[in-house]
Design a protein around this ligand. Structure first.
Ligand code: PGA
Length: 257
């Protein structure tokens, strides 16, 4: 059974002081919600403090990026080994990394390998751009990104994939539940081809892109969609808690049917 999963990607927002305040605002209410794996991904500079704040909670911690080498002369980079003391998850291949910082499929593949080798669970992001979507090339792009990211990696169960169409990120224009479901089903087909059917059915696949408390139900009510990677809406405590509550409620209901 795939446990529903909601992660908040705070991106380059919050100072260390603001991040601690945001955690205090949501901690108790978030922690109370059962049946959903809850993950916060604050900026690197807040990981140590938030790791301590979450010690006695069921809320998990993730980083937003990392380099693929373990240590060495790579000024300014953060390694998987450093993260492995602090977090369980790491977002990799986010479209903002791909498009603003030139991360190629090959780099994403190296990062996925390095994360897995250091007990970090990747949240691997894939998604097509608007022009690719409009040209009917969504499946081609997704196939390439998933296949390249997992190149020469043995089947693993500690991997989460997030389908994030680039045109839906931060735009307020979310995909529809049907669109997201179709692409997520396609990702399972790609995983079946790469690995096998049982692992493709076991891995959690999320939707991301302008998810809010007003539209989470549309995604989470589809059995194929296991949760969400939430950007902007995860920076408001009440909004994020509401999203996780709805996910718990709807997935709990559909499961006991
Ligand atoms: P958004 O970002 O929810 O602000 O669209 C999602 C993401 O980039 O993960």
């Amino acid at each position: 059974m795939r446990i529903p999963f909601i992660a908040g990607n705070w991106k380059m927002n919050t100072t260390a002081t603001e991040a601690e305040k945001l955690v205090i605002e949501m901690l108790d209410n978030l922690d109370r919600i059962k049946g959903v794996e809850k993950v916060l991904c604050p900026p690197f500079v807040s990981l140590v403090a938030i790791n301590m704040m979450l010690q006695d909670s069921f809320i998990k911690l993730g980083a937003q990026n990392m380099y693929f080498e373990i240590e060495g002369a790579y000024t300014g980079e953060i390694s998987p080994l450093m993260l492995s003391e602090l977090c369980e998850f790491v977002i990799l291949g986010h479209s903002e990394r791909r498009w603003y910082f030139g991360e190629t499929d090959e780099i994403v593949n190296k990062k996925v390998k390095a994360a897995l080798a250091n007990t970090l669970q990747p949240i691997l992001c894939v998604g097509e751009r608007l022009e690719e979507n409009e040209a009917g090339r969504t499946e081609e792009v997704i196939d390439r990104q998933v296949t390249a990211a997992l190149n020469s990696i043995e089947p693993v169960s500690n991997l989460v994939i997030a389908y994030e169409p680039v045109w839906a990120i931060g735009t307020g224009k979310a995909a529809s539940g049907e669109q997201a479901t179709a692409t997520i089903q396609f990702i399972r087909d790609v995983l079946t081809k790469l690995w096998d059917k049982s692992i493709a059915q076991d891995l959690r696949i999320l939707y991301g892109g302008s998810v809010t408390s007003a539209n989470i139900a549309e995604f989470i009510s589809h059995p194929e969609i296991d949760g969400a990677l939430v950007g902007g809406a995860s920076l408001k405590a009440g909004e994020f808690v509401n999203i996780v509550e709805q996910a718990a409620e709807i997935k709990g209901r559909t499961r006991t049917k």
